[in-house]
Design a protein around this ligand. Structure first.
Ligand code: NAD
Ligand code: ZN
Length: 365
């Protein structure tokens, strides 16, 4: 499966399917990367042992010189310290302006390696080789970056890749909790994308959840297509791209209150989408039921749909107020007029948010 992110001279293909990493060299050649250019693979300590050898063999077989660096797994790799280590490894590998960075891993490696590529010698080319389901989202669109101790993704750059090569065979080694987390973003793309995608996902939910290669490949293709279309129309998030934050205002608040160590990103976004959908109904923005269909779909993927009892709605609201996407002190949220019809609401009444958080909260404690 192939689609194109249409950005004029910076357009690039997204290719999705099993076994693509074994021919990565040919894909690079076809994108204009000659064998005289050194390749530098960035991967992490989980993905490296599982998939790096295959990539290296394919690239060396195609005549490239290949160097690599392995970073720690998980969000802590998106730090200034690890970024400095990646740059040091790039210098030691004697890369130059013509070298190409390959990000082999999930969203963490993609964001980190992409940012290293955006800044090394004022910018070198890079390629995304996503290995998580969540990375169908993060590998498309050119947002790269790392975290600062004072906040997530505060340091970054827009830098579009040359190519996204998504080998769905790598997903076979992904832990089940990471699979579910990534599927939350697929549901997000279906909910903001189009009704037909949402209905298709509902019909295919068991095959997708079971990791059926064809159904999962199709789900990722459709998810990437929604993201690619939004990015093509608003590359730098001046307006439309904001709809990609559906479920993320509440989701980010929950993650922050957990110190990024409790719920996974996808779990937090799943709960956030149900809350945003319920809010859409409460405020009369929705012209049809939206919360129940989304809740039902998430539940079938094994994702949480209620705010865990440990979160006090008042504290969630406080964390939402601190979100960097607030504008002029107003609460901005993505709501749904219908499935497939997102609307950005710029002055969401806090009392309604609070009521919805109470409604969506799990009993107990
Ligand atoms: P991740 O990269 O940390 O991967 C999750 C875990 O799975 C890690 O432990 C990783 O080592 C492991 N893993 C990855 N692939 C594997 C495989 N095939 N087999 C076995 N283990 C594997 O996390 P993620 O969920 O992919 O991405 C989250 C990051 O993405 C966050 O930092 C977030 O900010 C970022 N993000 C960026 C964008 C963007 O537009 N740039 C969008 C959404 C999210
Ligand atoms: Zn997300």
């Amino acid at each position: 499966r192939e689609l194109v992110v249409d950005l004029g001279a910076r357009s690039y293909p997204i290719r999705i399917g099993p076994g693509l990493l074994t021919t990565v060299g040919e894909h690079l050649r076809e994108r204009g990367v000659g064998p005289e250019r050194t390749l530098f693979v960035v991967t992490d300590e989980h993905v490296g042992p599982l998939h790096l050898e295959r990539v290296r063999r394919a690239l060396e077989g195609a005549g490239y010189r290949v160097a690599h660096v392995t970073v720690p797994a998980g969000e802590r790799a998106k730090s200034l310290a690890v970024y400095a280590r990646v740059i040091e490894a790039m210098i030691r590998a004697e890369l130059d302006r013509k070298s190409v960075v390959l990000a082999l891993g999930g969203g963490v490696v993609g964001d980190l390696a992409g940012f290293a590529a955006a800044t090394f010698m004022r910018g070198v080319d890079y390629v995304q080789l996503p290995t998580t389901i969540l990375a169908h989202d993060s590998s498309v669109g050119g947002k790269t970056g790392i975290n600062h101790p004072l906040g997530k993704n505060l340091i970054g750059a827009f830098h579009q890749p040359l190519l996204v090569l998504y080998d769905t065979d790598t997903l076979k080694t992904l832990p089940p909790r990471e699979v579910r987390s990534g599927l939350a973003e697929v549901v997000k793309h279906a909910a903001i994308g189009e009704r037909a995608f949402f209905d298709w996902l509902l019909a295919q939910v068991d095959a997708v959840a079971a990791g059926d290669a064809d159904a999962l490949g199709e789900a990722l293709y459709r998810g990437c297509r929604v993201k690619a279309q939004v990015v093509a129309r608003d590359e730098r998030e001046t307006s439309l791209r904001a709809i990609l934050n559906f479920g993320h205002t509440v989701g980010h608040a929950l993650e922050a209150l957990d110190g990024y160590a409790g719920l996974t990103h996808g779990e937090a976004v799943a709960i956030g989408m149900v809350a945003a959908a319920a809010l859409s109904e409460r405020l009369g923005v929705a012209v049809e039921p939206v919360a129940e269909p989304i809740r039902a779909l998430l539940e079938r993927f094994g994702l949480p749909t209620q705010v865990p009892a440990r979160f006090d709605p008042a504290r969630v609201l406080e964390a939402m107020r601190r979100d960097k996407k607030r504008q002029d002190g107003k609460l901005v949220m993505v709501l749904l007029a219908a499935i497939g019809q997102p609307v950005v609401v710029r002055d969401v009444p806090e009392a309604a948010v609070r009521a919805v958080l109470e409604d969506c909260r799990q009993q107990g404690d």
